[in-house]
Design a protein. Structure first.
Ligand code: PLP
Length: 485
């Protein structure tokens, strides 16, 4: 059984004034030529000994959970292990100290990294052009939908005000559609958890701007009619948008381009292993087919055979969507990851992610309800509704998992599965880890029947017990000042 460290740890700023020794370097004063009015005599920063600061942060890390600690099966989020070589590369002076206003001639290496990444993503997505600017998946969706709008407006096809999404869509899809000024039309899924072709046919019209889906979808199921869907959408003069958050289920096997998509966003922080969580950082590059290239945001990274440059020469650009280079450090990590894996390596990633998922599906399907029987790609969604009779909800199962030293899966999403438990093991977990994970899930299923109270009281072994989730979401305390208040 797992027990998280529990330190009665003050905020670092509350620990100030704990000094006994002076460290030798404090006697060294640097002469810096600063204007007088900028020089301050006092600073409100902590003045603890170095070891106090180190202990403080190590203790906090012991009260935390991350992908460097154990399995992190948060469905849809693709919390794979982030290789440390990527961290070494972004920590190099040449990467970390460049300034966005530096002359192009002095940042050729950085521009080359960005150019190469554009090329890699074109190939992985089966697209003709890529912008690296958007700062997250949702930002990529928003950018992609602005491209949809620009495309139709340019063709004087001004009636197209609707975006169709399936009822299994991630919440950001309808949100981005609304942000970009469209009306969102939701269609239901069929009994296999896939797009219902009749519902799609009924929703499509000369008002449709685009159909926005992810494939494999949020259930982890591959849309078997995708080529037919692309044909239906295009015949109506609309575009097909690929939410690339689930690329980990197909990478190297097929591409959105081959399936017939016109626009793709990539979640570099998911598929391409850059650290994320707690809202950032991320990067959501967007790839497009030739017919949309002229609308891409500026600048794209160009190469004239000799030099790399910021290319502002995009004929009907939608403008700029993010400052400077975009989230440059995320781009560099994703580039490093792709270089590290190579084409065959990326294909292996997909195969292992799919194998891990179906291994868990088989091991757990006698213990947790499994809606939809199809083979899964990178993730599998169970339902905890078989424990209702014991008064147990999916939330209780998720909380009990914390007691065993696991991170919880995504719960209550996708909305079309009652009491959903959405598990995405990713390729980075070994068979041994998958077996341990399954054993714990089976143990919890047994506890739910025999000792439901232990689930309702969970977690017991973590530094923070069950919190008031509504209060935490509505009135979060995010700073020292707010805490003091
Ligand atoms: C994560 C995710 C998004 C949004 O991406 P962010 O980078 O979190 O903004 C969109 N769709 C799906 C299916 C996702 O899993």
């Amino acid at each position: 059984m797992f027990h998280q460290a529990v330190w009665d740890e003050k905020l670092i700023i509350e620990k100030s004034g704990n000094r006994t020794l002076k460290l030798p370097f404090e006697e060294i004063r640097m002469e810096v030529n600063l204007p007088k009015e900028l020089i301050r005599n006092e600073l409100n920063i902590n003045d603890n000994e170095e070891y106090e600061v180190i202990r403080h942060y190590v203790r906090l890390s012991q009260m935390n959970y991350g992908v460097d600690v154990n399995t992190y099966p948060l469905g849809s989020c693709t919390m794979k292990y982030n290789p440390k070589i990527s961290e070494e590369i972004v920590s190099m002076d040449q990467v970390k100290y460049i300034h966005p206003f530096q002359d192009e001639s002095t940042v050729q290496g950085s521009l080359q990294i960005m150019y190469d990444l554009q090329e890699f993503l074109k190939e992985i997505g089966g697209m003709d052009a890529v912008t690296l600017q958007p700062a997250a998946g949702a930002d990529g969706e928003f950018t992609g939908l602005l491209l949809v709008r620009a495309y139709h407006e340019h063709r004087k096809d001004l009636k197209r005000t609707e975006i169709i999404v399936p009822d299994s869509a991630h919440g950001t899809n309808p949100a981005s559609s609304t942000m970009a000024g469209f009306a969102t039309i939701e269609i239901k899924s069929n009994e296999n958890g896939m797009v219902d072709l009749e519902a799609l046919e009924a929703a499509l019209s000369d008002k449709t701007a685009a159909f926005m889906i992810t494939n494999p979808n949020t259930l982890g199921i591959f849309e078997e009619n995708i080529v037919k869907i692309a044909k239906m959408v295009h015949e109506k003069g609309a575009l097909l948008y690929y939410d690339g958050a689930n690329l980990n289920g197909i990478m190297g096997k097929t591409t959105p381009g081959k399936m017939g998509f016109d626009i793709v966003h990539f979640n570099l922080h998911k598929t391409f292993a850059t650290p994320h969580g707690g809202g950032g950082p991320g990067a959501g590059p967007v790839g497009v087919k030739k017919k949309l290239e002229e609308f891409l945001p500026v600048p794209v990274i160009g190469f004239d055979g000799k030099n790399y440059f910021f290319d502002y020469n995009v004929k009907n650009t939608i403008g700029k969507v993010t400052g400077f280079y975009g989230n440059f450090a995320v781009l560099v990590r994703a580039w490093a990851y792709i270089k590290l894996k190579g084409g065959d390596g990326l294909k292996d990633v997909t195969e292992m992610a799919v194998l891990n998922t179906n291994y868990l599906r088989k091991k757990l399907q006698n213990y947790y309800n499994l809606p939809y029987k199809e083979l899964r790609k990178h993730e599998v969604v169970f339902s905890g509704n078989n424990f209702k009779q014991y008064g147990i909800k999916t939330l209780d199962i998720a909380k009990r998992m914390l007691d065993y030293g696991l991170h919880a899966p995504t719960i209550y999403f996708p909305l079309i599965v009652e009491e959903a438990l959405m598990i995405e093991p990713t390729e980075t977990e070994s068979k041994d880890n998958m077996d341990k994970f399954a054993d714990i899930m089976i143990q919890i299923a047994t506890e739910a029947k025999e000792n439901p109270e232990i689930l309702k009281k969970a977690p017991q072994n973590t530094v923070v017990r069950r919190i008031d989730e509504v209060e935490a979401a509505r009135n979060p305390i995010l700073s020292w000042k707010m805490l003091k208040k």
